[in-house]
Design a protein around this ligand. Structure first.
Ligand code: FE2
Length: 366
């Protein structure tokens, strides 16, 4: 029997847009600390009256940081309620009109009808649907466009030298949803977007003494786009997912995992620039090689930088998690280097979640 055709072919992540309180200062953080280059801008100087947006790029990763210039607008309301957070996970497609039609006819709620944006560099076609919470997916078709980002944006360069840290592409984006809602959103990605279930983690896999969650990983047909979905689980004390939901005031993006080819160099540089990471006790490294077998890297720099290692049937991976990058304990980043492994570091969950619990306790939220 022929494979069913993928009704929503995706080429990868196009951009991730944050709504923030002060995009100018956020852009400085992502340039200085994470090594993203400023490539485009939209705002009053380019004829946009209600907002300012900074487009930052490193490798294939594109971040858009948007702030409202008005006291009352959907953007300022989003920031008031959620704090700085991810509004758009944009997906790169060959046909934004068809992507909209195929998903809305399967039940997706529209967040923006298909439209064609044009300027002297060609045209970009976009359309948007809602996913969990107030988060949306925008389908971006840019095969007939040669400009810096999109019509409405003008090229703009960083005003200080930017040194990239080796961030390559988005590996996966994780969403936190409410109690009992994980399967609703798993079904959404399966039915509406044609994704498949890749992995399941239940509360047995990933509960520590206190904090617990359940997670299912959804992947699109070619595996370029992976969306794990978490929901809180009952533990002795407050789930880390519940803490997120309390501070974000609803479901939203929990973390963005970014791939590097040299995690020791990337994390060393991020640390030198002041990016804060979760830490595990030294005991994690005492029997690490017994757990994961031979790895190419020296153990010492991994331990010095607090980088975690896990192995699956296909290889191993190295990973580390930042602390939240806002004052609210909401969105954070994962830096990941895959050496064959296609999984998500299940062997590190216990050490990692104990580390998160220590942070929760410091915030008075455990
Ligand atoms: Fe992750």
């Amino acid at each position: 029997m022929a494979e069913p055709t993928d009704f929503l072919p995706l080429n990868g992540t196009d951009y991730i847009e944050f709504y923030v309180g002060n995009a100018k200062q956020s852009a400085y953080f992502y340039q200085g600390a994470f090594g993203f280059e400023l490539v485009a801008y939209a705002g009053p100087e380019t004829g946009v009256r209600d907002r300012a947006s900074y487009v930052l790029q490193q490798g294939k990763i594109r971040l858009v940081l948007t702030t409202s210039l008005l006291p009352d607008s959907p953007i300022s309301e989003h920031v008031r309620l959620h704090g700085d957070g991810v509004k758009v996970m944009a997906l790169w497609v060959d046909d934004a009109y068809k992507s909209y039609e195929e998903t809305t006819k399967r039940g997706a709620r529209s967040a923006g009808e298909p439209q064609t944006l044009t300027d002297e560099f060609g045209e970009v076609r976009i359309s948007s649907i809602y996913t969990y919470g107030e988060t949306i997916h925008t389908f971006v078709e840019r095969k007939n466009y040669t400009g810096a980002f999109m019509p409405g944006y003008k090229p703009r360069k960083s005003t200080a030298p930017v040194a990239p840290v080796g961030l390559k592409h988005v590996d996966h984006c994780v969403g936190n949803v409410g109690w009992g809602e994980m399967n609703t959103w798993v079904d959404f990605y399966a039915k509406v977007m044609g994704f498949q279930l890749l992995l399941t983690f239940d509360d047995e896999d990933i509960s520590t003494e206190y904090s617990a969650l359940m997670s299912k990983v959804m992947s699109n047909g070619n595996g370029y786009v992976k969306f794990p979905i978490n929901e809180p689980a009952e533990g002795k004390k407050k789930s880390q997912i519940e803490e997120y939901l309390d501070y974000y005031h609803g479901p939203g993006v929990q973390h963005i995992a970014i791939a590097t080819d040299d995690i020791v160099s990337t994390v060393g540089e991020l640390r030198r620039r002041g990016v804060e990471f979760l830490s595990v006790p030294a005991s994690y490294y005492a029997d690490l090689l017994d757990r994961v077998g031979h790895i190419d890297e020296d153990l010492k720099p991994l331990q010095d930088l607090n980088i975690l290692v896990d192995r699956d049937n296909e290889g191993y991976l190295l990973q580390i998690f930042t602390k939240p990058v806002e004052d609210r304990p909401t969105v954070f980043y994962e830096i990941i280097q895959r050496k064959g492994a296609k999984s998500f570091g299940k062997g590190n969950f216990k050490a990692l979640f104990e580390s998160i619990e220590r942070e929760q306790a410091l915030r008075g939220n455990l």
